[in-house]
Design a protein around this ligand. Structure first.
Ligand code: NOJ
Length: 578
């Protein structure tokens, strides 16, 4: 009798296990599953996230304080902008010591506490590797510039002045170009970014070895990924030929993706990435699809993920972007990676102004629904979604109409360029006010207490005055907030692998207002409907006749008459279909 009962219990357990199969076990075994593909990434700009010591500057302890918040978002990977020792000419993208943390962020022990706290909550951590250049204050550069025969001389690119002026090189930040004269050794050094950010010479094997050692140092501490800053520029034509006038419009083609990039990447993979359960994402994906593929093709063993600039690139002026172009860009990039390779999906980061200002509608009437729609888009596409801090709340741009308030080296550089070229500076300021990356770096808005709960001191950057309405505490209370919608979307993505790996298929690509697509994986099929406009819009779709269940909706229902769907302004719907 006892034996029979055990059998029955065992059978019940097996039966229950079959019935309660998680969506994950339904997945086609040919899919190359990876944790970093299934993750939702959240980007933290550490300076602006949370300050705990009152110096007006975010810190590791601040992130520790907010770990439960991060977990509540349903994200499972954090990319943090650089926090290494740095004179902060470019807010940390000018590193003076790769093995030390900037004291303003805390100690290495604080860093470790933060990292461990993330891991305890199932959150992976991505480190920003800034190794196309260092700070002028890095010891390597101090040595390098000290004399022509210093052993570190070849760590950087030098042009001896007796050869005459070096061929003009455009600098992304410096109006005066990418060569800086250094009287100490009567030579010029190369810097694609600011003059305080000299480019490393990757042709020197010692430089590459230093970089791999640094990566191992952090991998041993437990970081799970590397974001390779400005990586397409590490291999360059160091014969420094004279290039045709205006080449800078094609900067990436001329100045990046040099012939040695792939060998360097293979070496990095062998020495570092292959040794850990870790991934690397490249900032920039080259200039062609082939470039992008070659960077992330799993069979080549180089990088694992890349992000391109085409999507953010279309939104940089007050003229706005065209939905038709938006759809084309995302559809093209998806098709390029349909069979092999993997992409990041993002619409904003620390190099851009706020998501809702560029792609949505920041007016009081539409800020909530339009941000929800954009977050629905990012979290329902193929590729790893990257959400920038504050976009889960719909944080907006601030108003900075005059150049005096700007501190960003790139904004100041662009202003200098516009002035030198005799451009209309009033018009320049209108555009800068709209697209400056300082808009996206204001302190995180936690609550409606002074300085949005970011600091008890004076914040390094002024808080957006709308913090009394737009903040975590307020949005937590509201079931229909952007924040709670974001949480619903991360949960949906986690529960439905079709949203991660499913084939993407655009519907009615020419529709002027609505972006509609399906995602299909085995017998699972989802339909995503997004109205990008501030008015009702309708679309007729045979797929909508087969709607089985609406899983996400930022309004209260969908008008659907036999496949003729009417979407309200910025309505975003994700449904299961037959
Ligand atoms: C790209 C980074 O995203 C940006 O913030 C930085 O200024 C440049 N690289 C230089 O490191």
């Amino acid at each position: 009798m006892k034996r029979n009962t055990s059998w029955i219990i065992l059978l019940l357990i097996v039966f229950a296990a079959i019935c309660c199969q998680s969506p994950k076990s339904n997945v086609d075994s040919s899919i190359d599953r990876k944790w970093w593909k299934e993750a939702v990434l959240y980007q933290i700009y550490p300076q602006s996230f949370k300050d705990t010591d009152g110096d007006g500057f975010g810190d590791f302890k601040g992130v520790v304080e907010k770990l439960d918040y991060l977990q509540s978002l349903g994200i499972n990977m954090v990319w943090m902008n650089p926090f290494f020792d740095s004179p902060l000419v470019d807010n940390g993208y000018d590193v003076s010591d790769y093995r030390e943390v900037l004291p303003r962020y805390g100690t290495m022990a604080d860093f470790q506490e933060m990292l461990d706290g993330m891991h305890e909550r199932g959150i992976k951590f991505v480190l920003d590797m800034v190794v196309n250049h260092t700070s002028v204050e890095h010891e390597w550069f101090k040595q390098s510039r000290s004399s022509r025969d210093n052993p570190y001389r070849d760590y950087y690119h030098w042009w001896p002045a007796e050869k005459g002026e070096p061929p003009y090189r455009y600098s992304l930040f410096d109006p005066e170009g990418a060569w800086e004269y250094d009287s100490l050794t009567n030579a010029y050094y190369l810097h694609y970014f600011a003059d305080a950010q000299p480019d490393l010479n990757w042709e020197n094997p010692k430089v590459r070895q230093e970089v791999y050692d640094i990566m191992k140092f952090w991998a041993e501490k437990g970081v799970d990924g590397f974001r390779m800053d400005a990586f397409q520029y590490v291999s360059k034509d160091t014969a420094f030929p004279v290039w045709p006038e205006g080449y800078e419009k094609d900067f990436n083609k001329y100045c990046g993706m040099g012939p040695d990039l792939h060998p360097y990447l293979k070496e990095m993979y062998e020495q570092v990435l292959s040794k850990y359960d870790i991934f690397a994402v490249s900032e920039g994906a080259g200039t062609t699809f082939q470039d992008a593929h070659d960077l992330v093709d799993a069979d080549r063993n180089e990088l694992q993920m890349a992000y391109h600039f085409e999507s953010v690139g279309m939104s940089r002026t007050t003229d706005g972007y065209k939905l038709a172009e938006f759809k084309k860009v995302f559809t093209r990039w998806d098709s390029a990676f349909a069979d092999k390779g993997w992409l990041a999906i993002y619409l904003s980061n620390h190099d851009n102004s706020r998501l809702v200002n560029r792609f949505g509608n920041p007016s009081p009437e539409f800020r909530t629904v339009s941000t929800q729609m954009l977050n629905t888009f990012m979290l329902s596409m193929r590729g790893t979604p990257y959400t920038y801090y504050g976009d889960e709340l719909g944080m907006t741009n601030i108003d900075m109409p005059t150049i005096e308030e700007y501190v960003d080296v790139s904004a100041l550089g662009d202003y200098g360029k516009a002035k030198a070229q005799g451009k209309d500076l009033d018009e320049f300021m209108v555009q800068l006010n709209y697209n400056s990356r300082e808009n996206g770096r204001t302190p995180m808005q936690w609550d409606d207490t002074p300085n949005a709960g970011f600091t008890t001191g004076v914040p390094w950057k002024r808080v957006n005055e709308n913090y009394k309405e737009i903040n975590v505490a307020a949005e937590n209370q509201d079931p229909n907030s952007i924040l709670n919608h974001f949480r619903k979307m991360t949960r949906l993505r986690k529960d439905n692998l079709v949203l991660v790996y499913g084939d993407y298929h655009i519907l009615q690509a020419e529709h002027p207002d609505i972006y509609a697509y399906t995602r299909t994986l085995g017998d699972q099929k989802m339909l995503v409907l997004l109205n990008f406009k501030d008015h009702d819009s309708s679309i007729e779709l045979p797929e909508a006749k087969g709607i089985r269940e609406i899983l996400i909706d930022n309004y209260d229902g969908l008008t659907n008459e036999n496949g003729k769907v009417v979407l309200k302004p910025y309505q975003a719907v994700v449904c299961k279909i037959e």
